[in-house]
Design a binder for this molecule. Structure first.
Ligand code: ADP
Ligand code: MG
Length: 611
């Protein structure tokens, strides 16, 4: 029999008991220290507490997490949160815990013993929040325990990932409806920042909403000025932006090399700047983000990897040196300016080569069947995955190395991996920094013997036990460097020792990782036996090209307001012209003459004269 567990936090009822009436504002104050809800949060939360399936469409930074975290407390039992952003999960777990919400996560990259520990806690009722990456939903470890979990709510973060023709379809999201079959009583709250009307419908349908229920905040951004500017010398225009727009900003580039070059261009302009992309070491990424957030850097030149999880209100300018692949990405990235509500700018700098380059790049991302097979073969061989093995295992992805071994370009290899993902063979996830972990699994007497009689492994165990408490109870994060220092030996010797102890079944050891991961969703197959759906790939390319064309058309448009164009794309009926963008400024309309003498008048006069 399992012990009965009571949870001191949260005040919710455990499984089976009726939930008490909730004072939402009281929970908000006590756990978050906030006085009031942001727009729409309370509406979403109330709908969820009434048991209604809800799709919430709120911009990035609007506070979507609260829309499931607060219900998790109020409802008691367990809330399962599905999210593809595994790089952020650990942070979210830490945040939730600091607010007194028992939380944990399971995702690719964790060792099986750790996943088992967390899932067992969830089944025992020890957790209020369980973050799960979508590919974990299909594993036996998860499915076996799900019926025992006291699930009260299913939250689907980044819900647009389930829309097949959306801009960020992730096939592993198709596993979410299975949750609903096993636990039909729990309502679903789905959250996303960007969805066209067709995508919003698709999300609700695929998640099996009992009744449609879409709550959306207006996309309109009073403080943000959209400005597209066309001309040959983009760098001269960038320089003027950094000179005339005070405050910090982001320059978005489309590839990693571009960010490094751009950071040095900015520094030559006298702007404190650095680069940020997903290929950088974890510590460097953290440093750049922190320096920028705390004002030591004014600009960051970044790929789209920069943005997830950053929380900086006073960004005054977001500059794109060329168009991103679709308006969804553009609106997300540009929207990072002006979160504090002060006047801010989204500049898109264009030249005549941009449109053909973009369409070509989209096309390049879609490899041939032969290239997909070659990529699969090289990947599996590189990791020595035997035929029929590897199911649900996560493998580090070194894209450059893999591309080199395939003799293909990295974009093509990435496209091939995405095709395999669409085909259901694997799941890609971004780089996650996971520290090394260890757990002792032998009896204390075995440890005692080793300490007495093994003059190599004994001292290693000694130091581990002194440095990390509770090693027998739960996996602890360890630092091989620190252990090496204490033992006056090399880090490699420590790693070897830990591996040896693992082989002796004394402990479990999961070394740290920092690379993007590929998780196999089918056992390794013969590359020639891969059945790839050509129609699915063609249709996906078709969708991507359509979105790219919409991006090009919007940026090249000479009719109508920029913001209104975006709002129409996202399904807002009859948007008004903003009166601030480059289009509105060039039109002799009443709206356009209104704001010319505002604080940004000088800037606007300048930009106008340039374009
Ligand atoms: P999203 O997921 O919508 O991008 P988050 O949930 O990450 O946004 O929240 C963004 C920030 O807003 C966080 O720092 C969060 O603590 C803060 N926040 C959320 N709700 C409120 C509120 N009601 N009052 C003040 N700050 C809030
Ligand atoms: Mg979020």
């Amino acid at each position: 029999m399992r012990p009965k567990v009571t949870i001191p936090h949260g005040g919710g009822a455990l499984a089976g008991e009726p939930a008490p009436p909730h004072d939402l504002h009281d929970l908000l104050r006590r756990h978050w220290g906030y006085d009031r809800f942001r727009p729409l949060q309370e509406q979403v939360i109330r709908a969820v507490l009434e048991g209604r399936d809800t799709l919430a469409l709120l911009p990035t930074g609007a506070g979507k997490s609260l829309c499931y975290q607060l219900p998790a407390l109020a409802l008691g039992g367990l809330t399962i949160v599905v999210s593809p952003l595994i790089a952020l999960m650990r942070d979210q777990v830490d945040h939730a815990r600091r607010r007194g919400i028992p939380a944990n996560a399971v995702m690719s990259g964790m060792a099986a013993f750790e996943i088992d520990n967390v899932l067992e806690d969830a089944a025992l009722g020890l957790l209020r929040l369980l973050y799960v990456s979508p590919e974990r939903l299909g594993t036996d470890a998860f499915r076996g325990r799900l019926p025992r979990m006291p699930v009260k709510l299913i939250a689907v973060d980044e819900a647009h990932c389930i829309a097949q023709w959306g801009y960020d379809f992730r096939p592993a999201y198709m596993r979410i409806p299975v949750l609903r079959e096993t636990i039909p009583q729990a309502p679903i709250v789905a959250l996303t920042a960007t969805a066209t009307p067709a995508v919003a419908d698709d999300i609700q349908q695929r998640l099996g909403f009992r009744a449609p229920n879409l709550l959306r905040s207006p996309f309109h951004r009073e403080e943000l000025t959209f400005w597209c500017s066309r001309g040959e010398d983009k760098l001269a225009r960038l320089r003027r932006i950094t000179e005339r727009v005070p405050g910090s900003g982001i320059v978005y580039m489309r590839d990693r090399r571009g960010t490094v070059e751009m950071a040095s261009v900015l520094r030559n302009m006298g702007v404190a700047a650095d680069a940020y992309h997903a290929g950088m070491a974890h510590a460097d990424r953290l440093r750049v983000q922190r320096d920028w957030q705390e004002g030591r850097l004014r600009y960051v030149a970044a790929t789209n990897a920069f943005g997830m999880g950053i929380d900086k209100g006073d960004v005054r300018a977001v500059v794109h040196l060329g168009p991103p692949p679709d308006l969804e990405s553009y609106y997300q990235e540009a929207g990072r300016a002006g979160r504090d509500g002060a006047p801010s700018y989204a500049f898109l700098l264009l030249d005549d080569g941009d449109a053909p380059r973009l369409l070509q790049r989209v096309q390049d991302g879609y490899p041939t069947t032969a290239e997909v097979r070659r990529t699969y073969q090289a990947f599996a061989d590189g990791h020595r995955i035997a035929l029929g093995s590897g199911l649900h295992e996560a493998y580090a992805l070194d894209l450059r190395d893999l591309a080199h071994r395939c003799g293909l370009r990295p974009t093509t290899v990435l496209g091939a991996l995405k095709a395999l993902e669409l085909n259901g063979d694997l799941v890609l996830s971004e780089g996650v920094h996971t520290p090394s972990r260890a757990l002792l699994i032998c009896s204390p007497s075995t440890v005692h013997d080793l300490r007495l009689h093994d003059n190599r492994l004994g001292p290693l165990l000694e130091v581990m036990l002194r440095s990390y408490g509770g090693l027998f109870e739960a996996p602890a994060s360890i630092e091989e460097e620190r252990i090496a220092q204490l033992l006056a030996t090399s880090t490699n010797a420590v790693r070897d020792g830990l591996r040896e102890l693992q082989r002796m079944d004394v402990l479990r050891y999961a070394p740290r990782t920092d690379d993007p991961l590929v998780t196999l969703m089918t056992p390794r197959r013969d590359a020639m036996r891969l059945t790839l759906e050509p129609e699915a790939l063609d249709l996906r390319l078709h969708g991507a090209l359509e979105r790219a064309k919409a991006m090009v058309a919007w940026s090249a448009s000479t009719a109508g307001c920029r913001e209104a164009g975006l709002l129409t794309y996202f399904g807002e009926p009859d948007p008004r012209p903003c009166g601030r963008c480059d289009r509105c400024r060039s039109l002799p309309t009443a709206e356009a003459t209104l704001a010319v003498d505002g604080p940004d008048a000088e800037l606007l006069r300048w930009v106008r004269s340039e374009t």
